[in-house]
Design a protein around this ligand. Structure first.
Ligand SMILES: Cc1ncc(COP(=O)(O)O)c(C=O)c1O
Length: 289
């Protein structure tokens, strides 16, 4: 079952008009919330980010926070599987094609839940390959926009190289990856670019940052140069579906000793423990690191 404009229905029956501005212009925003054992992870943080994306794009938010939570729980409960990736998007709605905003269009709300696919154990233990590219996306990467052609083109670079991610540099500095945030480790210190218009404020980025702080792992949120990335002892990518994943080769060159490092191992463990804590607390609790 999926959710479309107020109704739960089978995906085959979910249809939207071809003049939806999401289809015509990519004029919409989205979220993806991981759900473990039917417990949404960091739901309020995802909803805050959605509210921000809607405000920044001036798309009317059709639901209150309580309504969003309710729809998500209904959708989660309607699935036959426990671990889910709940995807939802809001577009500016259906209107005659014109770049300027329509007056009176109703936002389109679509939501679906798929089985959550996290990296398999072998990949976690061995680490993954990444390649790099110049970040040529627009300058509002802080908005979680459904206009993802820039990200798709960049992700394809790594797909064709048989790698899991494309790590991006802009003006000699690390930004993020095509669908994840990036952390580097040098001499035990975790480095990550600060939040800005150039990166998506990742929910997993926040969890990793909080876990580092709560557990005394040194972390610096500051500009990270391309040189620092290439000379790093460890590299990680983070996202709601990848969780924390070690990158052990970049553009074919080994990262550190070519194996997931000790700081990664610690963070991976902390992340898994934190997930367990959230699941034990149950559906409606907010849990901090
Ligand atoms: C461009 C980009 N950066 C970062 C992330 C990670 O965000 P989160 O941790 O909220 O999943 C994503 C996730 O889809 C992304 O698309």
């Amino acid at each position: 079952m999926v959710f479309l404009n107020g109704r739960l229905l089978p995906i085959e029956e979910a249809k939207i008009p071809v003049l939806d501005r999401g289809f015509i212009f990519g004029d919409g925003v989205y979220e993806l919330v991981p759900v473990y054992s039917r417990v949404p992870f960091r739901l309020d943080e995802h909803l805050s980010r959605l509210e921000r994306s809607l405000a920044e794009t001036k798309i009317r938010n059709p639901h209150t926070r309580a309504q969003w939570r309710d729809i998500i729980y209904r959708l989660v409960d309607a699935q036959p599987f426990e671990d889910q990736g709940v995807y939802f998007q809001v577009t500016r709605g259906v209107a005659k094609r014109d770049h300027a905003f329509p007056t009176g269009a109703e936002p389109t709300v679509f939501m679906m839940a798929n089985p959550l696919v996290t990296p398999p154990r072998e990949l976690v233990e061995k680490g993954a390959a990444a390649v790099s590219a110049q970040d040529n996306r627009w300058l509002r990467c802080d908005i979680k926009s459904i206009s993802l052609i820039g990200n798709c083109l960049l992700r394809q670079v790594s797909a064709e190289a048989g790698a899991v991610e494309t790590i991006l540099f802009r003006d000699g500095r690390l930004t993020e990856a095509s669908a994840s945030n990036v952390f580097a480790v040098k001499r035990g210190v975790i480095l990550t670019p600060p939040k800005s218009n150039l990166i998506l404020p990742g929910i997993t980025y926040d969890v990793v940052t909080e876990l580092a702080q709560a557990n005394g792992l040194p972390l610096e949120s500051r500009d990270v140069t391309e040189h620092e990335v290439r000379a790093a002892d460890e590299l990680w990518v983070t996202s709601s579906s990848k969780e924390v994943l070690a990158i052990v080769s970049l553009d074919g060159a080994r990262v550190g000793d070519g194996r997931p490092g000790p700081v990664f191992a610690r963070m991976y463990q902390l992340y898994q423990e934190f997930k367990q804590k959230v699941m034990r607390a149950g559906k409606r609790e907010a849990v901090s690191a």
